[in-house]
Ligand binder design. Sequence first.
Ligand code: GTP
Length: 235
Amino acid sequence: MKYRRILLKLSGESLMGDKQFGIDNQRLSVYAEQIKEIHDLGAEVAIVIGGGNIFRGVQAEEGGMDRTHGDYMGMLATMINSMALQAALESAGLQTRLQSAIEMKEISEPYVRRRAVRHLEKGRVVIFGAGTGNPYFTTDSAASLRAIEINADVILKGTRVDGIYTADPEKDPTATKFDVITFEDAYSRGLKVMDMTAFTLCMENDLPIIVFDMDSPGNLKRLMDGEQVGTIVRN
Ligand code: GTP
């Protein structure tokens, strides 16, 4: 295992699979199997998942809703995905703990850093729900913050693309993929890795990010085995 403790960031939208909305159980169980695979090899796994398949705060604002209100609704959406993922991971035979940044004590533990670390040490997969608990922050920021707090070795950002390109590969056929890029270089080239809050948190705390295609089964394990998968962003 190249990395011992990881924070896996999953996109809510990916959970839709081929559906237009909501959660595709098939996709969920494929994710769970892949996570189990690396867990069985000894990785400590923490997860943050987005909520875009259910609700997006930014779009709510476009529709005239207060941004803060929309962001809180988005945080609740991440809790729905977190609970779905928790169930899928448990079906796959893993032990899990869900911690929420907003207190919901009937369905989740509150976020307690020391406790999260202890769960990881005991081999439980820890899911962090409800983002950072604050509006104006994305789940990428939540992933960065939690990763730093628990001293993760790396953030693995699972997406539908297989890394970071010089330009949008769907629009520009000459676009090429980076295997490695520094934070500084990614910033000066204006490449979108994560939102700036998340990006800066990682850069300033020397936490590498690997952007990779989570929807190709096997990628997660290959990456953990130290193979070249996706793009690594580091100092
Ligand atoms: P250890 O102390 O390491 O044994 O961890 P543990 O998580 O097993 O301890 P605990 O006995 O506190 O938790 C047992 C179960 O209750 C776990 O599934 C927790 O996720 C759950 N749990 C703990 N605290 C809360 C809470 O505040 N709300 C809810 N809904 N569940 C909780």
